[in-house]
Design a protein around this ligand. Structure first.
Ligand SMILES: Cc1cc2nc3c(=O)[nH]c(=O)nc-3n(C[C@H](O)[C@H](O)[C@H](O)COP(=O)(O)OP(=O)(O)OC[C@H]3O[C@@H](n4cnc5c(N)ncnc54)[C@H](O)[C@@H]3O)c2cc1C
Length: 714
């Protein structure tokens, strides 16, 4: 705790101590006020201004320090100053005092609460930032919630001080009026609580609900206003139309069909989208071939004197095509039709919030209507506007699969997951690979130590990794392609035969009606937490929304969007990004769930870090893969997992244990108490939990246990 905080805490404690010692509570009760009414009244009449000021200061002090007595003080205000002046004094004094209490709680406790529980409170904080005023207003109106608790708790949330002030002042008007008015009849009151009859309480509750009803009405009206330019069909042909048959669209359509809704899925190219055709599946198939080659090259590491591989790049790429063909039936028109989805092959265009026009592959157009639409149109590779890029020509993650000849010198632009996976794969297949990244590390989302391991392996495999190199232009000189890159003020010239651009992916936003409906943002469709766009019946899921562009996230979003589209307003779900895992399938694999050190520092989350190095693991040693680590971030002093990063063999599989643990609130003690098969890589999760346990061994208890054992030896 900082010195300033200590001073504030000291002052608050001193004030509370003084209150206890002086016990002003003996004056702040109805019996005392009634029995001493005559002298109080005559003093106030003699010195009205002094009395008002003294009353105001006392009221602010009591509420500001969260001391008991505010109820009686309010009655006294009515009794002494009458309804009008009593109301003005109480209204301002109570709001000022509440704000002081709010600020004290914020100053003393907020940082600590955020550091300790920040990750758990994220959803609550987001809700308060969005609707905090409304929540507060309701709490203020319904006087069953103790006001001092509201002040203190609100101080721990991100609500703005000014919002807190004015909403409190407004929200307390009704309650203040009732109490001050009751105070004008002081002689007839027995207890402050008796003022609130059940009928009055019910009226307050109704008043509290009113803002929510008003908000629903405003939402409805604003939806009507947004959609006013488009005629709403009297009846809908379908419950749901899904645009795009990739990972997100397929799941959305499947969910709709499973709950017996009438659903149409429209796909412009190939069902399966990026993941099946140009993303996860082909990349993992190619990685497998490249990995085999790398293992053959390492034959000596496994006691085999010599091993050679003869292969043609074209045949390897044909295998990739074969893998896609083998998986294709999972995402085929036939399968989805049999599941109850109407699959339409053509390009969709949203022409109104309820109507989608499809241009079939034969050019024929027809219109479909639905109560709701899910947009799952995916993303495409971003190609930066670097001078000369069109002249040298480039490959992307979409076109690279058509290669049948291995480029001799491949330049990979970008050090993210896709760039890294393809750089290592092409190098292992025999290309001379140069990878250029403008940041100071590869895989910029991960911790630097992760990047160091990957860069070390890449360089040992012959890849030239150029970090902090900013591509400025492409040129062709004497028939040779060159990248001009800026590196710490000097110009580097990098020669290559083929260029692979992997600098990120941008959402497909243009050309299918979104602009006309005002849907979209700069780089992705903007939605609320229910995945609704500005048109409440149009939802979006997958890469077109982001922020995580992974197949499993697309599937989760699609489930949320489909369920909300079909059952809202009766039942709806918020999209949940609290536990999102991912893996980059380089060698060594990199997998993560939750936060890493970089994010913990950026977000000011307190953490402890425990590492287990895989060079200690029996199975890793036996397999000749004794490198990498498992690192877990936990809440200080507790076994609750904030995040885990694994670098090494099978990292993408091993992370599942931490995903499960985080999702279901299981700590490291639970992992430690679970039997794992020997010898496996999975044991690493237990060993990291063991390292944590050793670091938190209760030394005092152990000292006593040692004494116990020595006593038993006697
Ligand atoms: C090389 C590479 C490797 C990857 N590896 C992994 C991985 O290992 N793990 C992982 O989780 N993720 C991986 N991804 C990411 C993953 O592929 C995407 O996150 C996922 O495919 C997103 O699914 P989606 O449904 O949002 O979009 P998409 O799969 O792109 O589907 C969108 C579909 O919409 C269609 N469409 C667009 N506009 C229209 C229209 N107007 N009318 C009709 N149809 C339309 C498109 O034709 C497309 O089929 C990888 C991506 C790439 C490029």
């Amino acid at each position: 705790m900082t010195r300033r905080r200590l001073v504030v805490v000291g002052l608050l404690l001193a004030a509370a101590g003084a209150y206890l010692a002086l016990d002003p509570g003996r004056f702040l009760n109805l019996d005392y006020l009634k029995s001493h009414w005559a002298p109080i009244d005559s003093w106030v009449r003699a010195q009205p201004l002094t009395a008002a000021l003294a009353y105001f200061v006392a009221y602010v002090a009591i509420t500001g320090l969260s001391l008991p007595g505010a109820g009686v003080m309010t009655l006294l205000g009515g009794a002494v100053f009458g309804l009008a002046w009593g109301f003005v004094l109480v209204s301002f004094a109570s709001t000022l005092g509440a704000t002081l209490a709010f600020l004290s709680a914020r100053f003393v406790l907020r940082d600590w609460v955020q550091a300790r529980f920040g990750d758990r409170l994220r959803a609550l904080d987001a809700g308060i930032e969005r609707d905090g005023g409304l929540y507060l207003f309701t709490l203020r109106l319904v006087p069953v919630f103790p006001f001092f608790v509201i002040n203190l708790l609100m101080g721990l949330t991100p609500i703005r001080t000014w919002t807190f002030y004015w909403v409190s002042q407004l929200g307390m008007v009704a309650g203040t009026l009732v109490y001050v008015n009751a105070g004008t009849q002081l002689a007839t009151i027995d207890t402050p609580a008796g003022i609130l009859s059940p009928a009055l309480l019910a009226s307050f509750a109704l008043l509290g609900v009113f803002p929510w009803l008003a908000r629903q009405a405003v939402d409805l009206l604003s939806a009507r206003r947004i959609q006013a330019g488009w005629p709403k069909p009297v009846r809908f042909d379908r419950n749901l139309i899904v645009i795009g048959g990739g990972s997100a669209g397929l799941v959305a359509a499947y969910i709709a069909a499973a709950v017996r809704a009438r659903v149409t899925l429209i796909e412009a190219h190939r069902l399966g989208g990026d993941c099946l055709n140009t993303g996860c599946v082909p990349s993992k198939a190619l990685i497998r071939s490249a990995r085999l080659l790398s293992q053959i090259r390492r034959a000596r590491d496994f006691g085999i004197r010599s091993a050679q591989a003869e292969f043609s790049f074209g045949e390897v790429m044909e295998r990739v095509r074969g893998v896609i063909a083998a998986i294709e039936p999972h995402d085929s028109v036939e399968r989805y039709t049999s599941l109850g989805v109407e699959v339409v092959e053509g390009t969709a265009r949203v022409v109104s919030p309820w109507v989608v026009e499809v241009t079939g592959r034969d050019g024929a157009r027809h219109r479909l209507s639905a109560r709701s639409v899910v947009i799952a149109a995916g993303a495409r590779p971003h190609v930066p506007a670097i001078p000369g890029i069109d002249e040298v020509g480039y490959l992307t993650s979409e076109s690279v699969w058509d290669l049948r000849e291995l480029p001799a010198r491949l330049l990979v632009l970008g050090g993210g997951p896709i760039g890294c996976e393809l750089a290592q794969t092409f190098a292992r297949l025999g290309a001379t690979v140069t990878q250029v990244e403008s940041a100071a590390q590869l895989l910029p989302r991960e911790d630097p130590e992760v990047s160091d391991l990957v860069v070390g392996r890449f360089r040992s495999e012959g890849i030239t990794v150029l970090l902090e190199h900013r591509a400025s232009a492409f040129v062709v000189e004497n028939g040779e392609k060159l990248l001009l890159a800026e590196h710490h003020g000097s110009e580097q010239r990098i020669r290559f035969d083929a260029l692979l651009v992997a600098v990120g992916r941008v959402a497909n936003l243009a050309g299918y009606g979104l602009e006309e409906l005002g849907i979209g943002g700069d780089r992705r469709i903007e939605t609320n937490e229910f995945l609704q766009t500005r048109h409440p019946n149009i939802y979006a899921a997958g890469d077109v929304v982001g922020p995580y562009q992974f197949t499993h996230v697309a599937a989760h979003q699609a489930w949320t969007a489909a369920v909300n589209a079909l059952f809202s307003p009766f039942r709806r779900f918020r999209v949940d990004y609290s536990v999102i895992p991912w893996a980059t399938f380089v060698d060594p694999e990199v997998a993560r769930v939750g936060i890493n050190e970089r994010e913990a520092r950026e977000r000011g989350i307190a953490y402890e870090q425990t590492t287990y190095r895989l060079d200690d693991l029996d199975r890793a040693i036996a397999d000749g893969e004794a490198h990498g680590f498992v690192r877990v971030l936990t809440v200080p002093g507790k076994d609750r997992i904030l995040g885990a990063t694994i670098v090494g063999e099978h990292a993408g599989e091993l992370i599942a244990e931490f995903v499960l643990a985080m999702r279901h609130g299981l700590g490291l003690n639970r992992i430690l108490g679970t039997i794992h098969v020997y010898p496996t890589f999975a044991e690493a999760s237990r060993y990291v939990a063991g390292n944590w346990k050793r670091a938190h061994a209760p030394q005092r208890v152990l000292a006593w246990v040692e004494r116990f054992h020595s006593w038993r030896r006697r």
